[in-house]
Ligand binder design. Sequence first.
Ligand SMILES: *Cc1c(COP(=O)(O)O)cnc(C)c1O
Length: 359
Amino acid sequence: MSQAIRLYIPGPINVSADTLNAMQAPMIGHRSKDFQNLYAEIQPQLRELFGTSGQVYLSTSSAWGVMEGSIRNLVAKKVLNCGCGAFSDKWLDVSRRCGKDAEGYLVEWGQPIRAEEIDKRLATGQFDALTLVHNETSTGVLNPLEEIAALKAKYPDVMFIVDSVSGFTTVPLNFDALGIDVLLTGSQKALAMPPGLALFTASAAAHARAETLTDRGYYFDFLEFRANGEKNMTPSTPCISLIYGLRHQLAKIFAEGADNRYTRHARLNALVHDWVRANGFEFFAAEGFRSKALTCVKNNREIDVAKLNGILRQEHGLIIDGGYGKIKGLTFRISNMGDETDASMKEVLTALDASLAQL
Ligand SMILES: *Cc1c(COP(=O)(O)O)cnc(C)c1O
């Protein structure tokens, strides 16, 4: 095998060797007692990380499966898709492709979603669901989730669907306290696992809404997840190897302590921020709304990002991200999420210094 390139792109991220090893456990039947035990074993830890007393479901898909599924299960009337970057903007397109009446509340990339703007739109009474991306990975914006979730009390019939694909386990989340309806994430971001597994939880109101919709499909039917979850199973054959990996990652997360994990993410993120300032770069995300999982750097020095990445790969065996979608080249992104350490992030920043000097 060739030497692995270390990934400082914001997903997929580096997967530790011990996690890859943990995935090599022998296969078991997905309707067996062994599988039920595996599923049940990880539920308490997952519930703690999601901040819920309800079930956490395991979907063998990437996050988009559950993002699309949420639309199919929960939108009867019209959905408000809040967009502030590539992933959140795309959700509007996905809603329409699902045949739903959908409207975008789209802000300039780099800016956050504002609760008062959502309030204005929900006040029209047109909407029965909204989508929000907590941590918009393309722009490095961390949206004010608590402020937005507080609107749920005013609009109890609106389903609040939240993607925390790249926020989950980098900052504390409490689904029950937020009072939202769906919280979803994926395996290849801060959970530091290979892609292919999505995790989500849904409120009683979400299940009640799903019961009223007939076009839920099968693969992402929330009611199937609930019924199977009650038996510690999944609707269809799951990615058992990834679930072994998840069990291993959860053990590591709880050995470190969830709070220590959030602190570590903040500290490593601050190291990158210091590097950005020291090198005369600016931040793409508005101040006060910056992600703890990654940094989206504004390329105000107009460096050749592709060339920089080439040097990083050739001489240091690692890559960063050269910007996503319409801000490719105008920005670059450095991930600090997952199993990274002070030492590993310092290595990346030292490599960046050396590579910048060669441009
Ligand atoms: C990566 C990411 C997704 C998409 O995940 P897939 O695994 O490609 O389905 C969605 N939302 C956010 C915020 C992400 O960072």
